[in-house]
Design a protein around this ligand. Structure first.
Ligand code: IPM
Ligand code: MG
Length: 368
């Protein structure tokens, strides 16, 4: 590998800017230490753009996003969004990026870092050592199904959303989950509501068929989505890959995010279909969101964004050694007890966003 990768950085709202800036320092380290070839450009996204253009991203930048090999995304949301019409939010916000770039596969890895046993709401022996991956379908189901909307007169209105999946949509996200399991512990657990919903029963049938036809080396279990929520809290170590639809994936991935004790340490990737030129649209986004209450203070946890850089290096740049080095440096930093405010135990004074990143970078250099 050493093909030029075009990376578009969209820091976005709230703490997006500060954590993304720090994660780019880690990317710089990887680019020079591992001689990677990348072109990195940055542009605006979010509420500032809305005030100027009436959309959360300009048309020109949406075109850039469609051509990029990878997008490093910060966060969306916060003050001012009450003025953004629902339609504008849906077409030009994060849902619009997902739709227009065809990002149908959302990967949300969750690790229970032993060092965070004191801040996780789960008991240390339950959370420590968890290593699971939620594979969430991202461009179908309830989020995008038609018909949708509110009809009728005041007092008698009907709100409608449609839960719909085609066989093709189920099959392609199932393949992503099975392929991910092949690089991990070889287990997929598919969560649905096949006991209640026809689309859920179809989901279960199609996942079973794809498994039998193409992935018999992988262990497949099915679980009802409500029971999955319970098991994620009771015994998260039983999971390797959790495969699920858009709506359940939203809920289950937030639930699983409680495991490490802070949203601040979680990355995610959203992938599209491989293009004719062999590249694959991909957007990397820390799970934490814009956190307006702490924005601009320089205290946000940069680890989610830093682990997004590692995910990007692995997934989009095939630079596994650089990705592994970053993941190891993050773990070493946590093991050393260095803590931003969100993961500091009571009584310990937390470090800043920048100091946390310095700590990761100094371990990267020391481990190299
Ligand atoms: C997520 C978020 C989004 C979603 C929101 C911001 C639209 O909760 O990425 O999980 O519901 O998908
Ligand atoms: Mg969510």
């Amino acid at each position: 590998m050493n093909t030029l990768l075009n990376i578009l950085v969209l820091p976005g709202d709230g703490i997006g800017a500060e954590v993304t800036a720090e994660s780019l320092r880690v990317l710089d380290w990887a680019v020079s230490a591992h001689s990677l070839d990348m072109k990195i450009s940055e542009t605006q996204f979010g509420i500032e753009v809305f005030r100027e253009h009436g959309a959360l991203i300009s048309n020109a930048d949406m075109a850039l996003a469609k051509r990029a090999d990878a997008i490093l995304f910060g966060a969306i949301g916060g003050p001012g969004y009450q003025d953004v019409p629902a339609q504008v939010r849906r077409e030009t916000g994060i849902l619009g990026l997902r739709k227009h770039l065809g990002l149908f596969a959302n990967l949300r890895p969750v690790r229970g870092f032993a060092a965070l046993g004191d801040v996780s709401p789960l008991k240390s022996d339950i959370m420590s050592g968890v290593d699971l991956l939620v594979v969430r379908e991202l461009t179908g189901g309830l989020y995008f199904g038609e018909p949708r909307g509110v009809t009728g007169e005041a007092g008698a209105r009907r709100g409608i959303n449609t839960h719909v999946y085609t066989e093709a949509e189920i099959a392609r996200i199932a393949r992503v989950a099975f392929e991910a399991a092949r690089t991990r512990r070889g287990k997929v657990c598919s969560a649905d509501k096949s006991n209640v919903m026809e689309a859920g029963a179809l989901w279960r049938d199609v996942v079973t068929e794809i498994h039998a036809a193409e992935f018999s080396d992988i262990t497949l279990d099915h679980i009802l989505a409500d029971n999955c929520a319970l098991q994620i809290i009771r015994d998260p170590k039983r999971f390797d890959v959790i495969l699920t639809d858009n709506m359940f994936g939203d809920l289950l991935s937030d639930g699983a995010a409680a495991i490490p004790g802070s949203l601040g340490v979680l990355p995610s990737a959203s992938l599209g279909e491989t293009r004719k030129n062999g590249s694959r649209p991909a957007l990397y986004e820390p799970v934490h969101g814009s956190a307006p209450d702490i924005a601009g203070k320089g205290i946000a946890n940069p680890i989610g964004a830093i682990l997004c850089v590692a995910m990007m290096l692995r997934q989009s740049a095939n630079a596994n050694p650089a990705a592994a080095a970053i993941e190891k440096a993050v773990e070493d930093t946590l093991d050393a007890g260095i803590r931003t405010a969100d993961i500091a135990p009571t009584g310990q004074s937390p470090v800043s966003t920048r100091a946390m990143t310095d700590a990761v970078i100094s371990r990267l250099s020391a481990n190299a």
